[in-house]
Design a protein around this ligand. Sequence first.
Ligand SMILES: *Cc1c(COP(=O)(O)O)cnc(C)c1O
Length: 359
Amino acid sequence: MELEGIMEIKVIKKNPIGKKPDGSTLGFGNIFTDHMFNLDYNPEKGWHNARIEPFQKFEFSPATMVLHYGQAIFEGLKAYKNDKKDILLFRVKDNFKRLNNSAKGLCIPELDSDFLIKALHKLLKLEKDWVPEAPGTSLYIRPAIIATDPSIDLRPSETYRYFVILSPVGAYYEGFKPVNIWVSKDYTRAIPGGVGEFKTAGNYAASLFAATEAAENGYNQVLWLDAVEKKYIEEVGSMNIFFVIGDEIVTPKLTGSILPGITRSSVIDLSNNWGFKISERRISIDEILEAHDSGDLKEVFGSGTGVGISPVGKIGLDDTELTINGNKPGELAVKFDEELTGIKLGNREDKFNWVTPVL
Ligand SMILES: *Cc1c(COP(=O)(O)O)cnc(C)c1O
C-alpha cells in the first residue's frame, strides 16, 4: 500500500481562544482544547487534507457506517508538563504503531505514523497552554479513526476520518487510593480470534453491562477472565494487571484477547532492568485465591495510560472478597509509579529513550 509522504498541514486558528480550566479541579474527558487535527481518506487520494482546525462538530449522514457497525479505533496517550515547562510525550511511537495494528485488524487503511506524530507535535505546540501543570494532571490525547461512508451496506468503508482531540485531565482515580475490582463470571470482554487486542469501539460497548454490575456491587472495575475456560485472568477495565506472588511479578501473557498496554510493557522493561523476577504467563483465579490464602499474594496493581499504576485493594469474587496488602498501595506499585511518573516528567533518567519533548 502506498502511503503519502510528508504533506503540508493547513492551520485554521480559532479566534478568540477559550479560557483554560483551573488545573486543581480537573476531571476526566469532558473539556476539550481550542483545536483539533483532521485527516481524510478516500481510495483515490489516500490519506489527505491534513488540517488543524478549531474544535468543531462533525456533519455526517445518519447512515454513516461507523454509527451502525462500529468500524472505529482509537488511541490514548498523554502530554505532561514539568516544572521547567517542558511538554513531554511518553512512548508516542508505540501508540502509533498500535494504532496501525488496530487499523489492520479493523480493515482500515494503514497510516504513516511518522507523519501522524509530526502532526501531533504541531497540534500540541499550538495548544501548549492547555497542558495543565498541577501534580497528577496532564493533557490527554485521543486520536481516533471512524468509517465515514454514508451507507448501511455491511462491508469495510471506503472513506475514513482520522482526528485528534485533546483534553486536559486530572488524576484518573483519586490520588493513589487502591481500587476494588470485581471478577466477572457471567460476561467476557474478548474472545480468542476476536478483536480484544485492538483498541476498537465495540470492545468498550461490550464491557459496559458487566461494569454496571460491578458498580452495583460496590466495585470500581471488572476483572475479566478468559472466554473459554472462565479461569485465566486477562485484564481489568482499561488496565492490564500485575500480581506479586512471593518474589515473582506475574502478568497475563498476551493471547490476542488482551490489549497490549504500553504501560504494561514499561513495567516489564523496568522489572527486567532492575533484575526482578517477572513472568508473562497464564494465571488462574484459583492460583490467586490460593496465594491469598497462603499469604503469598503480596500486591496487585493495574497499569494503563489513564491511571499510570493503580494499586488494587480488594478483589470481589462471588461472595468472597480478598483484601490485598491491607487495602494499601504496595511497595512495588509505589516504586513503579514513582519511576514511571519521574521518567514521564523528565525528572528521572530515561534509560529506554521513552520520552520525547514537544519543541
Ligand atoms: C488502553 C488499554 C489498556 C492500557 O494500555 P496503555 O497503553 O498502557 O494505556 C489496557 N486495557 C485496555 C482494554 C485498554 O483499552
